[in-house]
Design a binder for this molecule. Structure first.
Ligand SMILES: Cc1cc2nc3c(=O)[nH]c(=O)nc-3n(C[C@H](O)[C@H](O)[C@H](O)COP(=O)(O)OP(=O)(O)OC[C@H]3O[C@@H](n4cnc5c(N)ncnc54)[C@H](O)[C@@H]3O)c2cc1C
Length: 373
């Protein structure tokens, strides 16, 4: 291996890639990240971060920066089930007493900044196109639009349609189809009541207060909602929650409607000779459970801790992801409100357990200095 070779090349610099690069660079590894987008830039996503994700940001010393960027701390959750409302204060659990819903162009940039500060090189506007392979067929880095980047480990953090997953031949080991879609807008001058979840018949809506006094208002439903979501968002919302729709109509919608339908639900092999996948690249579930960013943060942590034992990373990831994957499948069937609420409660318990697990991880663990994989 040449002296200038990287220990790790990471493809993708958002929640999964930037967090992975930060953790590995903090442990003294030579890390290069390539990101095809010129960042900072927004991406297709709403903003609710589960408790485990907030725990991770706090453990990594980044939560204060996210709050300082203007993401309002969320201290209560409103549940509205078919018109019946319950308001709960967010408990102090796993060292966290509030949630957040930051805009992605700010959150992802804070993570990327922390990776740079730790010593990682981030090259934006550079696209990975091929996997480099050693004589033994082992993945040995990536070919990019900016030249070859050899590395001992190649990490695919390139999102749901991961090119790296395809190039390394990562097979899908579990999947289910879901007839589901999510659409959202930003609304100014909407009273901030915390995170709001509105369960209607056959659809689900909610509010995540975010930066600049705006709220991200979203609707999840079967793919048949797509035409109305784009032409009559407030009318669609009224079918799920008349009270929320009325508030949105009094506010001021500041964006076009964005969203996605029929997203894949699958888990891929996460590791192989010379490669690993983190975040959406390796495991994707419909956004109805609002867990993608937390998955990405958890994967980054588990991979960084198991660089010398990649199968163990994969085992831990699979075990950690299983319950939310199953709940996502059941929620995307949009059962009647009582059953849907039961699933929400189960999700809440799983998210609390996940936060407890992440909060209990020791802050620093000796990095294996020998072979990476
Ligand atoms: C409508 C919607 C709503 C959502 N709402 C929530 C929510 O409320 N809460 C939540 O936690 N999650 C939510 N998610 C999921 C969340 O957005 C994702 O799980 C999260 O972004 C995954 O992060 P990632 O880093 O794995 O991938 P991504 O964020 O997709 O980042 C991948 C990066 O890789 C780059 N890239 C891709 N290919 C290449 C290449 N060949 N070379 C170089 N760079 C490349 C891309 O430009 C991109 O920047 C939502 C998703 C959607 C679609």
């Amino acid at each position: 291996m040449s002296e200038r070779a990287n220990d790790v090349v990471v493809v993708g610099s958002r929640c999964a890639g930037a967090a992975t690069a930060m953790l590995l660079a903090r442990r003294g590894l030579r890390v290069t990240v390539v990101e095809r987008t010129r960042t900072p830039a927004d991406t297709l996503s709403t903003h609710g971060i589960a408790r485990g994700g907030v725990v991770q940001l706090a453990r990594w010393g980044l939560l204060d920066a996210v709050l300082a960027s203007g993401a309002p701390p969320i201290r209560q959750v409103v549940f509205n089930v078919d018109g019946d409302e319950t308001v709960r204060t967010i408990r102090d659990h796993a060292g966290v007493d509030h949630l957040i819903a930051p805009r992605r162009y700010l959150l992802d940039e804070i993570l990327a900044g922390a990776a740079r500060e730790a010593g990682a090189t981030i090259r934006t506007g550079v696209t990975a196109t091929e996997a480099l392979r050693g004589g033994d067929g082992r993945v040995a880095g990536v070919r990019t639009s900016g030249g070859d980047i050899p590395a001992r480990l190649t990490v695919g953090a390139d999102g749901v349609r991961s090119r790296i997953a395809n190039l390394v031949g990562s097979e899908i080991v579990e999947s289910f189809p879901a007839d589901a879609a999510t659409f959202y807008v930003y609304v100014a001058a909407l009273e901030n009541r915390g995170f709001e979840y509105h369960v209607g018949r056959g659809a689900f809506a909610g509010v995540f207060p975010t930066h600049d006094g705006e709220s991200c208002v979203w609707v999840c439903g079967p793919t048949s909602i797509a035409p109305q979501a784009t032409t009559g968002f407030a009318d669609l919302l009224a079918q799920v929650s008349p009270s929320l729709a009325a508030r949105v109509r009094q506010g001021h919608v500041t964006s076009r409607v964005r969203g996605a339908a029929r997203l894949p639900n699958h888990r891929r092999r996460a590791t192989g000779p010379g490669w690993a996948l983190v975040g959406d690249a390796g495991y994707h579930r419909d956004p109805i459970t609002g867990h993608g960013m937390t998955d990405a943060f958890r994967d980054a942590e588990l991979l960084a801790r198991n660089l010398d034992n990649l199968p163990e990373y994969e085992r831990l990831r699979d075990a950690a992801a299983a319950e939310v994957f199953a709940i996502t499948r059941d929620m995307t069937r949009f059962p009647e409100p009582a059953r849907f609420t039961e699933l929400q409660r189960r999700l809440g318990r799983v998210l609390d357990e996940e936060a407890t697990m992440l909060a209990a991880l020791p802050q620093k663990e000796a990095l294996p200095q020998g072979e990476l994989v």
